[in-house]
Design a protein around this ligand. Structure first.
Ligand code: FES
Ligand code: FE
Length: 441
């Protein structure tokens, strides 16, 4: 099948409809790495859904910008002198050259490196063609500036998180996030947060959905895949990922909250007042019990409070964000941000940085374990693409388990007692299936 072959598309849609059955706890492995599935995703998922791009602390000033991706398309995320954050396709309207070649910067305008078309980077002129070299002689009839405006995406911000979509008519960001906002607040809304340094990036030979799904719903792997961390004394016991809650907030988003039973909050006492002013009672009460928290905003934006570890005799964790950037059916560019409370005490910032490096980063021990699994799953899937029979995977954990009755947990969504469940992974694949079959717009 090619993307231009209508018959092939119909056959693929039919296969997806018949075999992607999360309602029964069944996912076929071909969807992990099939190149035709990837083509569908590029067009129907990454071409229309909200995608996380940056934290506002990365673009603090008028003229600040960072270069990010929506699917495989490069985009510029910039702040105008009116304070508004706007997102543009990073492609010149003359011949499509990449306009911003740096990863980030601060400019008065963007000048195309090929022939020099220059676009405004400020306020209402952001994205407007301001001029071209030798304009009067090269274009004596003039240039239509409206027609040559940079292609702009719809951008919105939630708690400092900048998202954008190519869809002109779909849901607002608030509607899209829905109940996961309550939980995102625990990571990025608990205090004024700022990104430490610049995001790290590295390539992993995996399909982008495997880590996304892991962060959505997989607390179960921690006892096996990360068991040696307990032997090293980094975490207490191999069951450190069991106690807590599994949450399906709807929309394909998902998360798990690990709790402790020590009474006192693990977070710094110095920040308690700021947390209390920014979180509601139920959120503050939940944060005080957190020892880890992992989750994913559909489709590929993950968030994390790593399991608290001890460094220099103090308990420390932090806040992290991830984007699993697709770079082909079996390649993913990992983007990893470490955030910290701007007003945090010096020890929390310093040890938090060490925690980040040791746990979840390009050199992190958790990441090494996880990457090994995602890579091998990807190889299995690539090999299985040549099998005659469908290779079906088991997504049935907790299929019949009911969520807690309303009122038993302060947060919204379907909340399950204990972190071992695949409920949110099933919703993830229901929403995914609807997108690639174009039932969601
Ligand atoms: Fe940008 Fe020609 S491609 S000016
Ligand atoms: Fe893991």
């Amino acid at each position: 099948m090619s993307r231009y072959d209508a018959q092939g598309r119909l056959e693929l849609a039919d296969r997806i409809r018949k075999t992607v059955l999360p309602e029964r706890g069944q996912i076929p492995m071909f969807v992990y790495t099939d190149p035709d599935v990837y083509e569908l995703e590029r067009e129907r998922l990454f071409g229309s859904t909200w995608l996380f791009l940056a934290h506002t602390s990365e673009i603090p000033n008028p003229g600040s910008f960072v270069v990010r991706s929506m699917g495989e398309e490069s985009v510029i995320v910039g702040r105008g002198d009116d304070g508004v954050v706007r997102v543009f396709l990073n492609a010149c309207r003359h011949r499509g050259m990449r306009l911003a070649c740096e990863d980030f910067g601060e400019v008065a305008n963007w000048r195309c490196p090929y022939h020099g078309f220059t676009y405004g980077s400020r306020g209402e002129f952001m994205g407007t063609l301001m001029g071209a070299p030798f304009e009067r002689s090269a274009y004596p009839e003039g240039l239509d500036r409206d027609a040559l405006h940079l292609v702009e995406a719809r951008a919105e911000i939630y708690q400092g998180l900048v998202f954008a979509t190519w869809s002109r008519s779909g849901p607002s960001l608030d509607e899209f996030l829905g109940d996961v906002r309550w939980y995102l607040d625990l990571i990025v809304g608990r205090a004024e947060m700022e990104v430490v340094g610049v995001p790290e990036r590295w390539m992993v030979p995996t399909n982008w959905r495997l880590p996304s799904e892991n962060f959505t719903a997989d607390a179960y792997h921690t006892a096996t895949a990360h068991s040696f961390l307990s032997r090293l004394g980094m975490v207490k016991g191999v069951d450190f990922g069991r106690d807590g809650y599994h949450v399906d907030p709807g929309g394909g988003h998902g998360l798990g909250i690990g709790v402790h039973f020590d009474g006192e909050s693990y977070f710094p006492a110095e920040l308690a007042e700021e947390y209390a002013t920014r979180l509601d009672g139920g959120q503050a009460q939940t944060l005080a019990r957190v020892k880890n928290l992992h989750g994913n905003v559909f489709p590929n934006f993950s968030f994390l409070i790593p399991n608290f570890i001890e460094i220099e005799g103090r308990r420390v964790s932090g806040a992290m964000l991830r984007v699993w950037q697709p770079a082909g059916p079996d390649r993913t560019q990992v983007w990893s941000w470490h955030l910290v409370e701007r007003g945090a005490p010096e020890w929390w910032k310093r040890l938090g940085r060490k925690m980040y490096i040791q746990t979840f980063s390009s050199s992190g021990m958790f990441d090494q374990d996880d990457t090994e699994n995602w890579e091998a799953q990807t190889r299995s899937s690539n090999a299985a693409l040549y099998r005659q029979e469908e290779f079906l995977l088991h997504y049935g954990m907790g299929l019949d388990a009911p969520p807690l009755p309303p009122g038993e947990f302060p947060g919204p969504g379907d909340v399950y007692d204990g972190k071992f469940s695949e409920a949110a992974a099933r919703t993830y694949y229901r929403v995914w299936r609807n997108h690639v079959l174009e039932e969601v717009r």
